[in-house]
Design a protein around this ligand. Structure first.
Ligand code: HEM
Length: 137
């Protein structure tokens, strides 16, 4: 089980690296006016989303399900955790929508909006890690 948990945590870190960095790229992309920078941000965002975030998300969830179903974990903490993971997946997919808007040069949000958007995964990380480590209920 410890190997599965180790891989679960490694891919969780990979996923969060993207969840923290992609919205930050959106902040700078939304502020950019020169075509060279805009094209460079499009490439960076696409590679981050499909090359790091998507595999990180899929493998975090796969190993999490393996832990849950393989070793029969149970409890309110796990249900609350899975509910927050569902919110996290929603945020991930929203990033994908925003990525498509930027790729088509039809983004309407200003950089300040993305600065607030960027903070949301921090709250989820705190809540999910406290739930799974402390198991308060
Ligand atoms: C559907 C998705 C997920 C499921 C089913 C799941 C399930 C689990 C289970 C059953 C454990 C073992 C708990 C224990 O050993 O006490 C675990 C460990 C852990 N999970 Fe998840 N998890 C999921 C997603 C996530 C996400 C998104 C995060 C990121 C914040 C995360 C962070 C952790 C951490 C840090 C541990 C190690 C806890 C410890 O060793 O005390 N998990 N997960």
């Amino acid at each position: 089980m410890l190997w599965v948990k180790a891989l679960h945590i490694v891919f969780m870190v990979t996923w969060f690296a993207g969840l923290f960095y992609l919205p930050r790229l959106f902040v700078y992309h939304a502020q950019s006016t020169d075509p060279t920078s805009i094209e460079r941000f499009k490439v960076m965002e696409r590679k981050l989303y499909y090359g790091i975030m998507a595999p990180g998300a899929l493998l975090t969830i796969a190993f999490g399900l393996w832990l849950w179903l393989g070793w029969g974990f149970a409890g309110g903490w796990l249900h609350a955790k899975i509910a927050l993971v569902a919110v996290l997946v929603g945020y991930h997919l929203w990033c994908g929508r925003l990525l498509a808007d930027f790729r088509a040069d039809r983004n309407t949000h200003r950089h300040v909006w993305f600065r607030w958007f960027n903070e949301f995964p921090v709250l989820l990380l705190f809540a999910i890690v406290i739930l799974v480590v402390v198991k308060p209920f």
